[in-house]
Design a protein around this ligand. Structure first.
Ligand code: BES
Ligand code: MN
Ligand code: MN
Length: 453
């Protein structure tokens, strides 16, 4: 197999570059045709790799690409999930090369989606080709590649509920996360959930002269800032009543285990050009960004932000706020608590509106399962060291649904790095990582089949 991979390396990379040229931004309707073209591209590549019954499953939004290879019904079945949509590339001016004109520089592929998730998803398509061409497909495989992950996977949730038979499998396999380092492989064993809301604060019925009215009426931006600031106390705990009620605390032993994962605070600060880190008292950085819930403003706007100065009290102020959730919080519970609290702290001088966006539930995956053990052996085989289990702070909302609706655990075999700048300008994915993924995935199939016997 490794010979085949080496012989076809350039083609594998070039095919990925072709896909990266299509701007499949699911959030922006302007890119609708491109998102659809990307779905066709993935379907075509699955067919070429040898998948049967490849189809675009229509949804209320973008289609889900499905394909399968059933070798023998008595073998275990792996359901591969990934996404072909990408985040918006803004701000374009901060990219060193255009986001949809991929370039390879210093061994890294630069493009929006290079790592999240086109590059990682495509490793599975190529690993499948490798196994097919080498008579080494030891499990049945089903692919389910969606186009709406970056906007909350609402239609995939419906698809999963309505297609339980079709999606019947033994385990879900996903590469849409990261690992600690190229010489420190890790397997993600948890994801945070998400509660996303938009808030609106309204003061006077029109923008006002800030001299004639300033000091006498509420300024919605001032008020919104006060309200947001009050939602963390001096220890950076979130002040929403009941916010931590259901949070699962880790035992001393579990926290000690976590602390064994290699991490350098100095390097972390250096990489981000930070004089110091910031977060909840009583927890270290690796805990703050994985096992603890958060509340963050993602965007805030209102008033005048153009050239020069304009003296104005705006009529309205807005913010988008996300809360990352941990077991056993639920997005419904937290959205409700946020709404109640936000309305309760608003002064009488303004009106407020809370609009819930998408939500998703947190998950923790087992490390004692056959699938996890098979994944660990696969990494060990190709990296030469045992992977470390790590809980991640990111979210893939559908993973909790796979468990609740299909009863299936996911194995999160990520090959990205935190430094790959996913969602940021200059997103990239190492050629090393792409090829390592293609090498490691067939090993998973091998061990998973062996160990399932
Ligand atoms: N692939 C990421 C999630 C991720 C990245 C998890 C790295 C762990 C490590 C995914 O595409 C993503 O960006 N998810 C969103 C949530 C979604 C509802 C918009 C996120 O985490 O913000
Ligand atoms: Mn992703
Ligand atoms: Mn993403």
């Amino acid at each position: 197999m490794n010979q085949y991979i080496a012989d076809n390396k350039d083609r594998f990379i070039n095919e990925l570059l072709d896909m990266l040229r299509i701007p499949s931004v699911s959030a922006d309707p302007k890119f609708k045709q491109d998102v659809l073209r990307t779905a066709d591209f993935v379907a075509q590549k699955l067919r070429e790799a040898g998948a049967d019954n490849v189809e675009l499953c229509e949804t209320a939004g973008y289609p889900i690409v499905y394909g399968e290879k059933v070798v023998d019904p008595s073998l275990p079945t792996v359901l591969v999930y990934g996404h072909y949509d990408v985040q918006p590339a803004d701000p374009y001016e901060l990219w060193h090369s255009p986001p949809f004109e991929p370039v390879i520089k210093d061994g890294k592929i630069y493009a929006r989606g290079a790592c999240d998730d086109k590059g990682q998803m495509y490793m599975h398509v190529k690993a499948f080709e490798v196994m097919m061409q080498n008579n080494a497909l030891t499990c049945n495989v089903k692919f389910m590649i969606e186009g709406e992950e970056e906007v909350g996977s609402a239609n995939l949730a419906t698809f999963v509920k309505n297609n339980k038979e079709k999606l019947n499998a033994d385990v879900i396999l996903i590469s849409d996360t990261g690992m600690l380092g190229n010489d420190t492989p890790s397997i993600t064993t948890g994801l945070r959930g998400m509660s996303y809301v938009e808030v609106e604060v309204t003061g006077p019925n029109r923008d006002l002269h800030s001299g004639l009215y300033g000091g006498a009426v509420a300024n919605p931006i001032n008020i919104l800032c006060q309200m947001i600031a009050s939602m963390h106390d001096e220890n950076n705990h979130i002040t929403i009543p009941g916010f931590y009620d259901n949070v699962q605390e880790l035992s001393k032993e579990e926290r000690a285990e976590m602390a064994r994962a290699p991490f350098s605070l100095e390097k972390y600060k250096q990489a981000l050009d930070l004089p110091d880190v910031h977060g909840e008292a009583g927890y270290v950085t690796m805990e703050r960004n994985s096992i603890r819930p958060t509340l963050d403003v993602n965007g805030i706007w209102g008033g005048y932000t153009g050239e020069g100065a304009k003296t104005v009290i705006p009529s309205q102020a807005f913010a988008k706020i996300s809360m990352r959730l941990v077991p056993n919080q639920t997005s419904e519970e937290i959205t409700e608590k946020f709404k109640k609290h936000f309305e309760s702290i608003a002064p009488k001088s303004v009106k407020v509106l809370v609009k819930p966006h998408h939500g998703g539930e947190p998950v923790v995956t087992p490390t004692d399962s056959v699938a996890y053990q098979a994944a660990a052996k696969a990494y060990e085989e190709t990296f030469g060291v045992k992977p470390v289990p790590v809980r991640s702070g990111g979210s893939i909302p559908i993973v909790a649904m796979f468990k609740s609706e299909l009863g299936l655990d996911s194995v999160l075999m990520g090959f990205g790095l935190d430094t790959d700048a996913i969602h940021s300008p200059n997103e990239h994915f190492g050629v090393f990582n792409f090829m390592k993924g293609i090498e490691t995935i067939p090993q998973f199939y091998k061990y998973y089949a062996e160990m399932s016997k």
